[in-house]
Ligand binder design. Structure first.
Ligand SMILES: [Zn+2]
Length: 274
């Protein structure tokens, strides 16, 4: 039996990495870009987990209903795409609860998972887990790599229950389950991110395939992610965005399709048997 990997979509618009106050200046592209992803999932019979921004759900409830009705899982990606390294506990709790309320009202189904915008959970703010565990079952924000932007170098690479005292330690009785992003481990060098998004555009397809195959050989599912904007070569230029937002966008759809064809995917809930 092939291992069931997890395909996830961080459902937000291309401008959502800008501060919230700037968003209204931009024209939305999220419906068209998401429908393209839904068509690909249907073509390859893939069910995925959508980590949805509460703001987008409020703006386009029919889109979220459509995703949910197609059998995909709806989870939270916060309400306003906040960076958890820059907010107080109270600010986070308000934002997170608001996102859950919006999503559950639209789908009528309980939300079980969360992904932090910018993978912004690190050694200084894992109080986040305490708040998450009040409402949901799993988190999927830990990236066991170290880049300039995010990551926890020595975090576990496979599904575990993090200790609330130290995120890199396992607590078998912990309330929350963590699903880290997929990495390829290279001796001496360390963990190489192969989870999707920018890395799908950056690496040749064979490298992604090799990394996922290696994980599956160990019986481990790969957690992958994509943004609607990663598959949109016509994404408008935003002057605050760095080169990596636009790198190799044209290659992404083809590679993404090959992934869907070559591997078995399911939702996080399915893999965790929730
Ligand atoms: Zn995001």
């Amino acid at each position: 039996m092939p291992v069931t990997n997890i395909m996830s979509v961080d459902l937000e618009d291309y401008y959502c990495d800008l501060p919230f106050s700037e968003w209204s200046k931009y024209e939305s592209r999220v419906i068209k870009n998401t429908e393209r992803i839904l068509d690909l999932f249907e073509k390859y019979d893939v069910k995925a987990t959508f980590f949805v921004l509460g703001y987008i759900a409020e703006k386009f409830p029919e889109l979220i209903k459509k995703i949910s009705d197609a059998g995909h899982e709806i989870a939270s990606h916060s309400y306003a795409h906040i960076d958890l390294r820059k907010v107080s506990k109270k600010q986070f709790e308000d934002d997170f609860f608001k996102s859950i309320n919006v999503l559950e009202k639209i789908t009528g189904k309980k939300v079980e998972g969360f992904r932090a915008p910018f993978f912004s959970i690190n050694k200084d703010n894992y109080w986040v887990f305490e708040i998450l565990s009040k409402k949901i079952t799993y988190d999927s924000s830990v990236f066991p790599v170290k880049t300039q932007l995010y990551g926890i170098r020595n975090a576990p690479r496979f599904i575990y229950r993090p200790s609330l005292e130290n995120i890199v330690n396992e607590d078998k009785n912990g309330k929350l389950v963590e699903i880290p992003m997929a990495t390829h481990r290279i001796p001496i060098i360390g963990n190489i991110p192969i989870a999707g998004g920018f890395y799908l555009r950056f690496f040749p397809y064979w490298y992604m395939k090799l990394g996922i195959k290696k994980l599956n050989k160990q019986g481990k599912p790969a957690m992958l992610y994509i943004h609607p904007k990663d598959l949109d070569p016509s994404m408008p230029r935003i002057k605050e965005y760095s080169w990596y937002y636009y790198y190799n966008l044209k290659s992404a759809v083809g590679k993404f399709e090959r992934l869907l064809k070559d591997f078995k995917f399911g939702t996080a809930k399915e893999v965790l048997a929730i």
